[in-house]
Design a protein around this ligand. Structure first.
Ligand code: UDP
Length: 235
């Protein structure tokens, strides 16, 4: 197993109790978790969603804003989060670079895989913004795509839950955590680890996905050190 991972955070995770915008305390917490990976010799890439700012489907719901435009707005939201994450990482003394799938060179580098690989060699954390750069996709798919492109050994989906359950643990007290599950199982309606496009891409490229609770300190490091007790693995 190489030592390169991509960690995906949802945009909502950054919002804190407000449910909207960016809580710098959470940014700081995430940066600390990422720092522990870097200090342990791990090459780290990050993808952050944009749900704390705008979601294409929701913004386009009443038809005033076209879906494609709403999706571009969503992608811009991920860049806002990416700039914030870059700052938080540098505040912690790490070197970070934001690369975007849509060119906006005053703000970030354009996504160039070779350049990203060079950043890893130099110990920099690379944040990939603007998802795939295309409407009708999600940042989960963007994360899977980038993880595959950079040859990450694993995609870690950092969430609010401890892993994947056989049914909704919020609704059913007898819901069981699944330690390991197949890509096909991960596609099932009641499980839905990520959207179908993301799972299909991970399956095609045999990219393992770890689902873990980002709010439990040390979970990311545990996973990269091979301790899977605090996550579920899709493979
Ligand atoms: N988006 C898109 N193409 C992509 C990635 C994202 O159009 O490749 C848009 C889409 O509108 C999405 C929004 O950006 O709703 C924010 O991303 P996402 O919903 O994946 O964020 P998360 O749920 O992880 O916060």
């Amino acid at each position: 197993m190489n030592k390169r991972v991509l960690v995906k955070f949802s945009g909502e995770a950054l919002a804190g109790a407000e449910g909207y915008g960016i809580d710098t305390k959470i940014l700081d917490y995430i940066a600390e978790e990422i720092k522990s990976l870097v200090e342990n010799g791990i090459e780290v890439a990050i993808v952050i969603g944009g749900g704390n700012i705008i979601r294409g489907v929701t913004a386009a719901a009443d038809g005033v804003i076209k879906r494609t435009s709403a999706d571009y707005m969503g992608m811009l939201g991920t860049v806002i989060n990416g700039v914030a994450m870059q700052e938080a990482l540098e505040y912690k003394g790490l070197n970070a670079r934001l690369q975007t799938a849509i060119k906006m060179e005053e703000i970030a580098e354009p996504f160039i895989v070779r350049k990203a690989l060079r950043h890893f060699e130099k110990g920099r954390v690379v944040i990939f913004g603007a998802g795939t750069g295309n409407p009708y996709f999600t940042t989960d798919t963007g994360a899977t795509l980038r993880a595959t492109e950079i040859g990450a050994c694993m995609l870690i989906k950092a969430t609010k839950v401890n892993g994947v359950y056989d049914k909704d643990p919020m609704k059913y007290s007898d819901a069981k955590k699944l330690d390991i599950l197949s890509y096909d199982r991960a596609l099932e309606d009641q499980i839905k680890v990520m959207d179908d496009t993301a799972i299909a891409l991970a399956k095609d490229n045999k990219l393992p996905i770890a689902v873990t609770n980002m709010n439990e300190k040390g979970n990311l490091l545990r996973i990269v050190q091979g301790d899977y007790s605090k996550c579920s693995i899709v493979k």
